[in-house]
Design a protein around this ligand. Structure first.
Ligand SMILES: [Zn+2]
Length: 179
């Protein structure tokens, strides 16, 4: 989506660490786009992190502040794991998409939005009119909810242009990035 989610997460975790808090950055093991383990933005900003395959692995972490990137990649179990951490007094920061490119709640992110004390909604410019976009459309044909993508695979769209045609040059196949 290129709205700056990962950048904001790195900023928040770096700030907490600067205040002397014990911080742990985490990302899904399937996301190896920019770096095998570090949380990394598409512009190259990076923070050392742990990788997890399942959300329950979060509950084994001992850091006071736990920041998870690409939280929407997890289909089930994230809501329960985050609540467990919060009940233990931990500060949990999640970065992720709230809705799929089919405009539906992304897995458990809707439940987590309800639980969140603070929500920062970030937007990127609409690909057509440059106004703030809250939607993402796919430039390829796939109904798989999780496609690990990058530039040229998705397009940001404002509400007015959600159903405007895809670009003619868009690829018709999803890239083979999912393990
Ligand atoms: Zn627009």
């Amino acid at each position: 989506m290129f709205a700056g989610k990962t950048t904001r997460l790195i900023e928040m975790l770096t700030e907490a660490r600067g205040h002397g808090e014990d911080v742990c950055a985490v990302k899904p093991a399937i996301d190896t786009r920019y770096h095998a383990t570090n949380i990394t933005t598409h512009t190259g900003t990076s923070l050392e992190s742990q990788t997890i395959k399942e959300p329950h692995e979060l509950t084994a972490l001992h850091a006071q502040v736990i920041g998870l990137d690409e939280a929407h990649f997890f289909t089930t179990g994230l809501h329960a794991a985050v609540l467990t951490l919060v009940e233990r007094g931990r500060h949990v920061i999640l970065a992720g998409l709230d809705r799929t490119s089919m405009n539906e709640p992304f897995h458990e992110m809707g439940l987590l939005l309800v639980e969140a004390d603070i929500v920062h909604k970030l937007t990127a410019p609409c690909a057509i009119c440059k106004r703030p976009a809250v939607h993402t459309i796919r430039l390829f044909d796939s109904t798989d909810p999780i496609v690990i993508g990058g530039e040229g695979m998705f397009e940001n769209r404002c509400r007015a242009h959600l159903n405007a045609p895809r670009r003619a040059s868009a690829p018709s196949q999803p890239p083979p990035t999912k393990p």
